[in-house]
Structures are given as structure tokens and as C-alpha cells.
Write a protein that binds this ligand. Structure first.
Ligand code: ARG
Length: 577
């Protein structure tokens, strides 16, 4: 159990003894300054108000009843009734020893785990992946990794868009191009291919009709059309897979459940909605009117589930996916990592899905939206000429820039090593710059700040890790062979120990709210506290053998926590850089 929960539980019991009703929370937080103790409990004021008594006296009665065993050094009452708790260094040392002894760093595994579906990346396969897909891909992957680490049964769902009218145009174009070249050559650059097809669709007489004809043939299962379509989709998926591999993203082919996978379900979804009296005809279309999403005048909001021509919509496939995830995959939570601009769409899907019973009553449906990636001019990120930036090109640039930086910093690395380091640093920098910002805000993409070795960046954390590893390498010590207790001797060690012991609490927080920046902040603070420790406390030259072992073990705990935390964010570390 984490320290905060432990203290909350004990304080709750003490407050109970002091006559406080059980629904008054003890409000335990970490103290902001060492003179206020390590943790503080601020619940006495609220409780005293309820009981109409003096808060300081209530705090005193609480402290008198408080049983923290050997965890506590002292508890003090400050101001109107804050309880400042100073934890015992010996107790902290014992707990930290146990954490460092544990290969999982004290992080428990849920048993049994929950089934959690994570819907992320989900690009549209008609085009190549561009920067607009970056956020969903890396934030979703961080959550999938983290939940898995905590023992949840994670099912990744890459809900790629592989169906719809634009495929008619692409297939018609592919059919013509294939007479000249092989499909994979024609589709080597999907972006150009899409632009060519679109230009023909807009300008070439007869082409638009052919494209529409292809859509109809595709939908009716025409073999030639399906073969072309399969060819196209397959190549497009290969493009995405190349990106995932470079990004160190865990999505595999088996995680793809494309929109088209739900094609056969769509008429059934409509029939079910009609049967329940939820979908009604409106100007030839099938529409569900939602009272829960009424406009200002109280008019229920219409959600179209089938167009007047019979065609289905993005929302229809999402309803089918929701039903599949709840009823076939038996999800307890479904997390959607999709741009904030689709918030209304998600609300509609959730509302219709709940009403129709496609979602089970217990399932937690969570849209975790994110803001837009901006250029340094404060406008959505674009190429110089105003086009969309291909993800592949962005990643190339990240690696090239990192390679230059590394060559300057450490000219002794071999070319081979430099290449590996540049990939980890460049990709890590791009991912961390995104993950370290509050998910819901827009952020400015800046090469300079993300690749800086100072501040809250991936290179700073990766460097902190490599530096610790080099201590062990230079001293010829394998940390796995070190045994013995971790002792808390100095204020720097105490601050570092308290922070290391919070790792589990932070992971739990991110698992429930899906804000990965909280983990980034934790890691950044960890590296900073480590630097202060390293400056203030001699490690290899410690006064005696026991202290030297203790401090080396502390270094090892920091290194492993950094590596684990970064790995959960999908960022790699290296032994030297
Ligand atoms: N393909 C969609 C897009 O590019 C994103 C899909 C997100 N997932 C979902 N279940 N709707 O905008």
C-alpha cells in the first residue's frame, strides 16, 4: 500500500476515535515544505465545522488517538489544525529496502485484472499517417503499457478507417496505375497517390462516376474490387507498422479491428435501434433523438445512424464496436484516445450505446481527449508550404537532429552506437515532449526545447539514467550483487526516499485519470532529487562500507525507477550516451 493511503487509513481511524463522522475525509497530502513534515492531514478543520467544535482541539484529540506504529517520528499541530507528520527515517529506510529488493519495485499486480480496452492510433488508411495521428498513438500506447504493468488485461484496438466513399476513388486510380507498375510501387508514397486520385476525381471527366461505381461494387462484394481493396489496405497497414516500429509503439497486426470488420453488424444495429423504438425515420434517414444531449432550447439532439440512401456512418461503426467490446470482449473499461474535436461524436455514441444496451450498465466509457500540436507560430503544425507533415518525415528529422547533438556531446561513440543512441534520444524526445504536457491542452512543438539536455525532457532523463549506470560501470559493481539495508542519513536521502516510495501512487493515478504528464513530472522530480543527493552525499567515497552500499543501492533504485517509468511511456534508455 502507498504511504498516502496508509496514513489516510490510520488518520481516519484516529478521527473516528475522536468522534468524527466517518464521511469526513482526513485529507492527507504531501507537505510542500520540510518544516511542515513529510505529509500533512488537513481534515480537522472541515470535521470541526461539521461538529461545531474547535479544530485545534479536534486535531489534538486525533493525534492522541493516532497509531502509526514505528512509522512516525513526530506529529505536530500547526495553524488552525493542520496535522504535520514527520515519518521515521528508519521506517522509510526499511520500506525502501523492500522496494529496491523487489524486481517490480514494489508495484503490485492487480489480481484478477480488469479487462480494459484501449482504442488508439486508429488512422484512416486512405492516407499516410501524419502528425495528427501522433498524439493518439503515443498517449494511448503509454496507457496500454502502464495498465498492463499494473496487471490489467489490456486489449488494444486499432480502429483503423478502411471503408467509405474515398476508397472508390483510390481503387479506380489503383486499377489504372496497376497496368503500368506493381501496386506496392504505385503506393510507395500514399500521400502522392491520394493526391493524384483526388485530382482525377475533381477534374477528369467520367472518373468521379467510376469512383462511385467502385464504392457500390466494393459494398456488394465484387471480387475484383475486393482484391484491389485488400491490396491497398495491406500496403497502407505496412506503412503504419513501419511507423509503429520506429516509434516503439506496441500495436501489432492482431490489434487491428478495422471499421470494415463491423460491416455485417451495421444493419443489425439499425434493426435493434428501430426495434427498441430509439431510431425513427426523419427525412428518409434513421435518426436517434437524444434528450440527454438537448440544445439550449431543450430540443433533443439528432444522431443520424443511417443516411437516406441507406449508407451507414462513422457513428454506426462505433456503436457496433461498442457492442462488440462490451458483449464479446467483456470490457470493464473502454478508453478512447481521440482528438478533442470528436468529443460530441463520442458523447453521442456513449449515450445511444447506453440507451440501447450495446454498452453494459457497469462498463466505464471514457473518452480521453487531447489538444492539438501547434507549430512555433502558434498555429496547427504544418510544413513550410502549409501542407500536412508526414509522420515518417518528422521522425526522420528527430533522429537526424539527435545524431548531430550526440556527435557534439560525445565524439567518442562509435558510429554504430551513435546511430542507436540517436534513434532512442530523437524518438524519445518527440514522445516525451507530447506526454509531458497536460493531455487536454494544445502544445507547441519545438525541436530546440524537446532536445535540450536540461529541463523536463527525455534527453535529460535518459542522461540521468546513463550517468547512474556509468557509476556502476566505472566502479566495476553489479547492483544486483549488493545487499543490505538502505539507510536514510541526510535530508537529501530522505527527500529522495519519500519520492521513490511514491512511484506506485503515481502509476495508480495515471491508470485512473489517463494523464501521463503526471508520471513525467514524477520522473523529472526524481532526476532532480537524485542530482541533489549525488551532489550532497558521497557515494563511492562514503564514510563506511554500509553507507556506501546503501547509497549505491539508492542509485540503483533511482536508475530502475527511471527506466521502468520511461518504459511505461514507451521511451528507451541506454547504458551510455
Ligand atoms: N479513424 C478516426 C480518425 O482518423 C479515428 C478513430 C478513433 N476511434 C474510434 N473508435 N472512433 O479520425
Amino acid at each position: 500500500m502507498n504511504i498516502r493511503n496508509f496514513l489516510s487509513e490510520r488518520l481516519r481511524a484516529a478521527m473516528h476515535t475522536a468522534g468524527v463522522p466517518d464521511d469526513c475525509p482526513p485529507l492527507v497530502t504531501q507537505s510542500t515544505k520540510p518544516q511542515f513534515g513529510d505529509y500533512q492531514a488537513n481534515g480537522a478543520m472541515g470535521a470541526a465545522k461539521r461538529l461545531r467544535t474547535n479544530p485545534r482541539q479536534l486535531a489534538q484529540a486525533t493525534v492522541a488517538a493516532l497509531d502509526l506504529g514505528d512509522a512516525i517520528e513526530k506529529a505536530e499541530i500547526a495553524g488552525p489544525g493542520f496535522i504535520n507528520i514527520h515519518l521515521s527515517p528508519a521506517w522509510l529506510g526499511d520500506r525502501l529496502t523492500a522496494v529496491i529488493d523487489d524486481p517490480r519495485l514494489g508495484i503490485a499486480r492487480a489480481d484478477p485484472g480488469q479487462t480494459v480496452i484501449v482504442d488508439y492510433s486508429s488512422p484512416n488508411l486512405a492516407k499516410e499517417m501524419h502528425v495528427g495521428h501522433l498524439r493518439s498513438t503515443i498517449i494511448g500506447d503509454a496507457l496500454a503499457r502502464l495498465l498492463e504493468h499494473l496487471g490489467q488485461r489490456v486489449i488494444r484496438q486499432n480502429h483503423v478507417g478502411d471503408w467509405g466513399t474515398q476508397f472508390g476513388m483510390l481503387l479506380a486510380h489503383l486499377e489504372d496505375r496497376e497496368t503500368e507498375t506493381a501496386a506496392d510501387a504505385a503506393l510507395a508514397d500514399l500521400e502522392t497517390f491520394y493526391r493524384e486520385a483526388k485530382a482525377r476525381f475533381d477534374d477528369e471527366p467520367g472518373f468521379a462516376d467510376r469512383a462511385r461505381d467502385y464504392v457500390v461494387r466494393l459494398q456488394s462484394g465484387d471480387a475484383r474490387c475486393l482484391a484491389l481493396w485488400n491490396e491497398f489496405i495491406d500496403i497502407s497497414i505496412h506503412h503504419s507498422e513501419a511507423i509503429y516500429a520506429r516509434l516503439n509503439v506496441t500495436l501489432a497486426r492482431a490489434d487491428i479491428r478495422a471499421e470494415s470488420a463491423y460491416n455485417d453488424d451495421l444493419p443489425k444495429i439499425i434493426a435493434e435501434l428501430q426495434h427498441q423504438g430509439l431510431a425513427v425515420e426523419d427525412q428518409g434517414a434513421q435518426v436517434v433523438f437524444l434528450d440527454e444531449l438537448a440544445d439550449k432550447e431543450g430540443k433533443p439532439q439528432p444522431v443520424i445512424v443511417q443516411k437516406s440512401g441507406g449508407g451507414f456512418l462513422y457513428a454506426t461503426s462505433d456503436l457496433a464496436a461498442l457492442r462488440y467490446r462490451c458483449h464479446d470482449l467483456d470490457a470493464a473499461r473502454i478508453l478512447y484516445f481521440i482528438d478533442a474535436r470528436q468529443s460530441l461524436h463520442m458523447q453521442q455514441v456513449f449515450a445511444v450505446g447506453r440507451r440501447a444496451g450495446f454498452a453494459t450498465p457497469e462498463v466505464s466509457l471514457e473518452h480521453h481527449p487531447f489538444g492539438t500540436m501547434m507549430g512555433e507560430d502558434g498555429k496547427p503544425f504544418k510544413t513550410r508550404t502549409g501542407g500536412t507533415v508526414k509522420l515518417a518525415e518528422l521522425l526522420d528529422e528527430a533522429i537526424t537532429r539527435a545524431a548531430q547533438l550526440i556527435a557534439e556531446k560525445d565524439p567518442e561513440l562509435s558510429a554504430e552506437e551513435r546511430e542507436a543512441v540517436a534513434r532512442k534520444v530523437g524518438i524519445g524526445a518527440v514522445k516525451y515532449a507530447d506526454l509531458s504536457r497536460t493531455r487536454t491542452s494544445d502544445y507547441i512543438f519545438s525541436w530546440e526545447s524537446m532536445l535540450s539536455f536540461e529541463g523536463n525532457t527525455a534527453p535529460y532523463l535518459q542522461y540521468a539514467y546513463s550517468r547512474i549506470r556509468s557509476i556502476f560501470r566505472k566502479a566495476g559493481i553489479d547492483p544486483a550483487t549488493l545487499h543490505g539495508p538502505v539507510v536514510i542519513d541526510t535530508p537529501q536521502e530522505k527527500a529522495l526516499a519519500l519520492h521513490l516510495l511514491r512511484f506506485g501512487e503515481v502509476l495508480d493515478q495515471v491508470a485512473s485519470d489517463a494523464y501521463p504528464h503526471q508520471l513525467c513530472t514524477f520522473l523529472y522530480e526524481l532526476a532532480s532529487l537524485y542530482m541533489a543527493f549525488y551532489e550532497g552525499c558521497p557515494v563511492l567515497k562514503a564514510e563506511n562500507e554500509a553507507l556506501r552500499t546503501s547509497r549505491l543501492r539508492m542509485c540503483d533504485g533511482v536508475a530502475r525507477t527511471l527506466a521502468t517509468g520511461l518504459d511505461l511511456l514507451g521511451i528507451e534508455v541506454m547504458e551510455r550516451m
